[in-house]
Design a protein around this ligand. Structure first.
Ligand SMILES: Cc1cc2nc3c(=O)[nH]c(=O)nc-3n(C[C@H](O)[C@H](O)[C@H](O)COP(=O)(O)OP(=O)(O)OC[C@H]3O[C@@H](n4cnc5c(N)ncnc54)[C@H](O)[C@@H]3O)c2cc1C
Length: 429
């Protein structure tokens, strides 16, 4: 199968999945904006994986619906594939896309920051003073960091000495520069927080990508993985094999090494200090700041609880929350693919609620997450999650999904196709 035909096939599959999710909203797929009054105004905050998908599918399925997307950045920069930029295998332009596709399908895209939500008055406030009224609000603000528990970290990130690289964009560029400037024979140390965090396999992919760069450009340099978890949290056997087969003598993996503080480029652990030439800290995470200031963090004071049939917050009516900000259903990862699926559940439900119809009672969502272990070879993990009416949550479908048998180049091509297809799906490219 050629790369091209796989891309087309994947796009059809991805969109097909979205249509299956739409359930009762399928009728809306055929409708186009045009005649008749608007069924309502939906404001979407956050133009990442969840928010962009929601904006696009509200228009696609909703027909006469007004959709405004507020995003603080001028363009979308993808976390998926950003580890390949760190490895020198891709450039920032490869993971950056614009919002013109969404504009072309009728989404009003506002570049700006939402600073406050008035749930009672159904309004959001913008930095600079403007306000937007809504009938339904969608929030997909991603994550922000819990820096207080790690001494010295906030100041180190503020000063630019430590780059987390866990939100793609300037942080990715800064970390790549540090890697380029590091001497051959130097040590790159990466601290991984305890789960849950955004993208469970992402840190181990990063270790592989940095090691693949060192193997060619700085053969005496080392990668030290300081994991706050007792073991590799995703695709364990596949990453262990990659570390051994491709990076023996380069990557050293240390479990149960939770970061307590930073001092210069020294990572202070419970029993040990580790001095690095480049120290990359992935900080512990919670739902994005806007969800917190709006009082939505009702799960462990960290995440937003949602009604899985509508993605509506259990803390505030009329506010639908997507993606990494949510308290996950069992075995549901914080991934771009899952945020895209949340968005489709929410878009279908919002249209039905605005029309006074019943929402789909049997949603199904799925996840696929690829990780590169060399510049060309990738592995994947996949799962299918079905709504359980008794426990009112998504549960993994027994026997669904699984992981790759082995890393290979075909999966590397699939991984790039996945990225291009999901960007096209969410941004209407
Ligand atoms: C290194 C790395 C690799 C990854 N690889 C994969 C992968 O291979 N596959 C996968 O599925 N997932 C992957 N992920 C995870 C994926 O990036 C996230 O799960 C996904 O981005 C979550 O989508 P979201 O919509 O919740 O948040 P985001 O995509 O982060 O979007 C949030 C958006 O909201 C905006 N925003 C926040 N607050 C405001 C505000 N107040 N006003 C205006 N705008 C605001 C932000 O600017 C941002 O654009 C990876 C993550 C990392 C860090």
């Amino acid at each position: 199968m050629s790369f091209e035909s796989h891309t087309d096939l994947s796009r059809r599959r991805l969109l097909g999945a979205g249509m299956a999710l739409g359930g009762l909203a399928l009728a809306g797929c055929a409708s186009t904006a045009g005649s008749g009054p608007s069924i309502g105004h939906v404001v979407v905050v956050g133009g990442g994986f969840g928010g962009s998908t929601a904006a696009r599918y509200l228009k696609l399925w909703g027909g006469n619906i007004d959709v405004t997307l507020v995003e603080r950045s001028a363009s979308f920069v993808s976390c998926p594939i950003s580890n390949l930029v760190l490895g020198g295998h891709k450039q920032m332009a490869d993971i950056t896309r614009g919002y013109d596709g969404l504009r072309a399908v009728g989404v009003k895209v506002v570049q700006g920051e939402v600073t406050a939500i008035d749930a009672a008055a159904k309004k959001v406030r913008l930095a600079g003073g403007g306000e937007l009224a809504y009938d339904r609000l969608v929030l997909s603000p991603g994550i922000d960091f819990m820096l207080d528990g790690i001494g010295g970290l906030a100041a180190a990130i503020d000063s630019g000495r430590i780059a987390h690289g866990w939100k793609a964009g300037p942080q990715t560029v800064a970390l790549r520069r540090q890697l380029e400037a590091m001497p051959d024979g130097g040590v790159f140390a990466m601290a991984i927080p305890k789960a849950p965090y955004r993208c469970p396999p992402g840190p181990y992919e990063r270790a592989c990508m940095v090691a693949s760069y060192f193997k060619v450009a700085k053969p005496r340099a080392k990668v030290l993985v300081l994991d706050g978890n007792p073991e590799i949290t995703s695709k364990k056997g596949l990453f262990e094999k990659a570390f051994k087969d491709h990076y023996a003598g380069i990557i050293e993996y240390r479990p149960n090494n939770e970061l307590k503080a930073v001092d210069g480029n020294t990572a202070k652990l419970e029993f040990d200090d580790v001095k690095a030439d480049v120290l990359n800290v992935i900080p512990p995470q919670r739902a994005g700041d806007l969800a917190r200031s709006a009082g939505l963090l009702n799960m462990n004071n960290r995440w937003v609880g949602v009604n899985w049939l509508t993605m509506e917050s259990t803390a505030a009516a009329g506010i639908h929350v997507l993606g990494d900000a949510t308290f996950p259903a069992p075995a549901m990862p914080k991934s771009g693919h899952m945020a895209n699926q949340h968005a489709k559940v929410a878009a279908a439900a919002i249209i039905q609620l605005l029309k006074g119809e019943a929402v789909n009672a049997t949603p199904v969502v799925m996840n696929t997450c690829y990780s590169f272990v060399t510049a060309r070879d990738a592995v994947h993990v996949a799962s299918v999650h079905q709504f359980d009416a008794t426990d009112k949550t998504f549960k993994t479908v027994p026997g669904s999904g699984g992981v790759s048998a082995a890393a290979n180049q075909v999966e590397g091509r699939y991984a790039l196709s996945w990225a291009h297809n999901i960007w096209a799906d969410m941004l209407a490219l």
